[in-house]
Design a protein around this ligand. Structure first.
Ligand code: ATP
Ligand code: HSE
Length: 291
């Protein structure tokens, strides 16, 4: 039976959970093994010429980072996750490579080892953790060592607004300050702490308030994603439970009951927003091998 590896997209930050909180959502990167022990690494994909088709592909690089002794494989990649949109395309590729290596390696690896290698490549755990483990993840990076906890997310619809332009994470991170004033840092941290408590206690009204009070990154990125304020205002009008910048953007995620989505979308389109609206659900399994 053909071996397939399925990895969910991810939506990171959730506002004040910057570089820490992340959600796995139901759009997928699927890797299908076509041949083993080939003369060289071969990657078939339709992601454009900027994505390599040999051992330079990020999936292969991640696989070899976990097990440098892995024999070359020929595989196909089909991805529903747009690149440079804030839905964890690079993290899904990294996790796919690590799961590939885990499956074909003669060695065994713990989940923590998978998380460590993935985080080292990506630089932060908030996309790779949900891509690996599913659901809502709360992660931190201490002395280069990631730690993560997994929790279930409240029952609420997710509406992603995916603009038709790219925003690479490195560009989006380049506008962030090197440091924050002490009082601003304490405030931002307390908002983030309270948001985690609201998520774990499924307090949707408190989530709605806190998820929009980030002090770490959204105020500085706002100029790159002016549609964030527009969508946030529409969310207030229709009774959404919060709107936040998905990862480094430009995608914006709104917590919204599915019945309210058509009205939300109509209002957004009336404001001239021309991107794609996608209703998403939480992926509760994370990366998995099929077959
Ligand atoms: N599905 C993929 N397969 C192989 N390489 C990928 C894939 N997705 C991303 N990459 C590699 O990772 C690099 C960064 O990708 P991308 O810009 O999508 O990620 P990002 O901006 O870090 O995050 P996000 O996708 O969440 O916005 C790309 O230049 C590409 O080389
Ligand atoms: N926490 C990261 C997520 C990147 O997907 C950022 O906001 O830059």
């Amino acid at each position: 039976m053909t071996v397939k590896i399925v990895v969910p997209a991810s939506s990171a930050n959730l506002g004040p959970g910057f570089d820490s909180l992340g959600l796995a959502v139901n759009r997928y990167l699927t890797l299908e093994i076509l041949a083993q022990n080939t003369a060289s690494w071969q990657v078939e994909h339709e992601l454009g010429s900027q994505v390599p088709s040999d051992e330079q592909n990020l999936i292969v690089q991640a696989a070899l980072a976990l097990d440098p002794d892995l024999s070359p494989l020929h595989f196909k990649v089909i991805s529903e996750i747009p690149l440079a949109r804030g839905l964890g395309s690079s993290s899904a590729a990294i996790v796919a490579g690590i799961k590939l290596a885990q499956h074909f390696s003669a060695k065994t690896f713990t989940d923590q080892e998978l998380l460590e290698v993935a985080t080292k490549i990506e630089g932060h755990p908030d996309n790779v953790a949900p891509a690996l483990f599913g659901n809502l993840t709360i992660s931190l990076l201490l002395n280069g060592q990631p730690k993560t906890l997994t929790a279930t997310f409240p029952e609420i619809g997710l509406l992603a607004y995916i603009p038709d332009f790219e925003l690479a994470t490195k560009d989006s991170r380049s506008v962030l300050p090197a440091e924050l004033p002490y009082k601003a840092a304490v405030r931002a941290g307390s908002v983030g702490n309270a948001l985690v408590a609201a998520l774990l206690t499924k307090d949707l009204d408190l989530i709605a308030e806190l998820i929009e009070l980030d002090g770490y990154h959204e105020p500085y990125r706002q100029k790159l994603v002016p549609h964030l304020a527009t969508l946030r205002q529409i969310g207030h009008e229709v009774g959404a439970k919060g709107t936040y910048l998905s990862g480094a953007g430009p995608t914006v995620m709104t917590l919204l009951a599915p019945a309210k989505m058509p009205d939300f979308i109509a209002k957004a389109q009336a404001k001239g927003l021309t991107g794609e609206f996608v209703s998403l659900q939480i992926d509760q399994l994370g990366a998995r091998v099929i077959g």
